[in-house]
Design a protein around this ligand. Structure first.
Ligand SMILES: Nc1ncnc2c1ncn2[C@@H]1O[C@H](COP(=O)(O)OP(=O)(O)OP(=O)(O)O)[C@@H](O)[C@H]1O
Ligand SMILES: [Mg+2]
Length: 365
């Protein structure tokens, strides 16, 4: 028999708790009840409910607060509100806090059974979707890791030998043969590039970078990142101007990856700027966070691209000619920033430029 679904009933009225328990007794459920929000919330950890029936009007912690905390604990728990005053306003309010549905008092046994059954089906679907998504992610990472590692050196060797061979035979080959060899070199070059891109995506192991966080000066991180992209910037005459507030507080982090996160954004700023346009990098702080803004006045990002640019392998439609665009830079930056408990966001207008903001928590002194 399948595992029993766990239902938590939080209601201050004994009669409601008892009648719900009775109505649901014949189902394949394990049921626990609590007569107030505090006791109900205390059961979450141990009981791990699949579904919670919550009274909105209780003494002590309000039903709304209980819903909010259940949602914060595990957003997949299906919450159903029992309410004696099913006004539209309280309905909307509860729905905002992630409530699945309502049960106005008085309710019939069938109404309760049906709602609970539907709610549990919904939870099953949500959990299944999450499981599949995780599986897909893992599969992709493992696959990429294996393929990349296994192919990288033999392909490198093929590429190297081909160079040597083409050089040795340069005098003897017909134009047609040279053309074929050059096409071959091109295709192998693309493959090596592709593998390097895969390796770039999977090289940021979030679980590992957290292990050696140290207090870092953001000035140093920014200076190193700017140095990194300077050669490209100089070639296109894109001056990079850092504007840093004096004595910024330190952040806790991993220097190498944070530099990489900023390099990816600066690289984009250069790549998507026109010749001679300036790029600004500012940093300021309040008592809890450092905010960095990297602003260019380049080609900008189309509105339909904006929601996707942080996804792996997404490149937008405004791509400069002759530039490689694997669509992985920002995905990597986002993972790095989030591993530092930070946030990254963007504002952009097509044709006018883009501004990326990174917010990182500072070390409290
Ligand atoms: N500063 C910017 N100005 C305009 N478009 C940008 C900017 N930064 C990012 N984009 C858009 O977002 C997309 C995703 O950026 P991302 O850095 O992830 O990939 P990419 O630059 O295409 O390739 P790479 O993996 O080499 O960095 C880009 O293809 C581009 O369309
Ligand atoms: Mg990029």
């Amino acid at each position: 028999m399948a595992e029993k679904a766990r239902i938590l009933i939080i209601d201050d009225e004994e009669i409601v708790r008892d009648s719900c328990t009775q109505i649901l007794a014949k189902g394949n459920y394990e049921i626990l009840t609590a007569s107030n929000g505090k006791d109900g919330l205390a059961l979450l950890e141990e009981f791990q409910p699949d579904l919670a029936l919550v009274d909105l009007k209780m003494p002590g912690i309000s039903g709304f607060e209980v819903l909010e905390q259940i949602h914060a604990y595990d957003p997949t728990i299906v919450a159903i509100v029992i309410t004696g005053f099913a006004t539209v306003a309280s309905a909307v309010e509860a729905m905002k806090k992630g409530t699945y549905d309502f049960l106005p008092k008085p309710f019939t046994p069938d109404e309760l059974r049906m709602l609970v059954r539907r709610g549990l089906e919904r939870r099953k679907l949500v959990l299944e979707t999450i499981r599949l998504r995780k599986e897909k992610e893992l599969l992709r990472e493992h696959f990429a890791a294996i393929v990349s590692h296994e192919l990288k050196s033999p392909l490198g060797a093929v590429q190297q030998n081909l160079f040597v061979l083409a050089d040795d035979l340069a005098e003897k080959m017909t134009e047609e043969q040279k053309e074929k060899v050059s096409r071959l070199q091109g295709r192998i070059g693309d493959l090596v590039e592709l593998i390097n891109t895969w390796l770039r995506v999977i090289s940021v192991d979030i679980s590992k970078i957290r292990d050696d966080f140290k207090p870092l000066s953001i000035e140093t991180v920014i200076t190193k990142a700017v140095e990194n992209v300077e050669p490209q910037a100089i070639r296109k005459d894109n001056e990079i101007k850092p504007k840093l507030s004096a004595s910024l507080p330190k952040v806790s982090g991993n220097e190498g990856t944070l530099v990489e996160a900023i390099v990816n954004i600066l690289n984009n700023a250069v790549k998507y700027s026109r010749i001679g346009e300036k790029i600004e990098i500012e940093a300021e702080s309040d008592h809890s966070h450092i905010s960095m803004h990297i602003t260019d006045s380049g080609v900008g990002i189309a509105a339909e691209d904006l929601p996707h640019i942080f996804e792996d392998f997404y490149s937008g439609k405004t791509r400069p000619k002759g530039e490689r665009s694997s669509g992985v830079g920002l995905g990597i930056s986002k993972r790095i920033i989030e591993a530092h408990d930070g946030k990254i966001s963007v504002k952009s207008k097509l044709g006018e430029g883009s501004s990326f903001t990174i917010r990182l928590p500072v070390i409290k002194t």
